[in-house]
Design a protein around this ligand. Structure first.
Ligand code: ATP
Ligand code: MG
Length: 141
């Protein structure tokens, strides 16, 4: 496995539930390091650009409306196999299908309000990280 970086977003539903610490703790517990993090609220333009790959999907407007509905916590996680490790910790997109003990099984209410985002491949991780953090603001260690 290679040392990787991945982008995590704790979505507005999970921030509103006050479970940011519990979610970040799962990343750390799995051996991932938080090498950048911030609380921010996305503009409509930013959310549309970030999820641009889904622009043609029927759920796009709901997805964007949801992502801008409140503050989010955006982090860069670093570690061996960080991309797949984070996806494993997250669980399936639809929390009803997410494995027991995953973040989405434990904290998400629906396929729209599903608590977390995680990059799905090395290429998307690089683009998503650069979208939120300049290299100088990432503290690898
Ligand atoms: P994310 O990209 O947020 O980490 P994901 O990679 O598990 O989630 P994607 O297929 O990339 O899932 O979908 C992006 C987001 O769009 C999902 O998190 C979910 O909120 C929403 N979404 C995906 N599929 C559907 C659907 N069939 N109906 C409603 N919303 C959906
Ligand atoms: Mg995705």
């Amino acid at each position: 496995m290679a040392l990787e970086r991945t982008l995590s977003i704790i979505k507005p539903d999970a921030v509103a539930k006050n479970v940011v610490g519990q979610i970040l703790s799962r990343f750390e517990g799995a051996g991932l390091k938080i090498v950048a993090t911030k609380l921010t609220q996305l503009s409509r333009g930013e959310a549309e650009k970030f999820y641009g790959v889904h622009a043609a999907r029927p759920f796009f407007k709901d997805l964007v409306d949801f992502m801008i509905s409140g503050p989010v916590v955006v982090s860069v996680l670093e570690g061996e196999g960080a991309i797949a490790k984070n996806r494993d910790l997250m669980g399936a997109t639809d929390p009803k299908k997410a494995e027991k003990g995953t973040i989405r099984a434990d904290f998400a209410d629906s396929i729209d309000a599903n608590a977390v985002h995680g990059s799905d491949a090395a290429e998307t991780a690089a683009v998503e990280i650069a979208f939120f953090f300049p290299e100088a603001h990432i503290y690898s260690r």
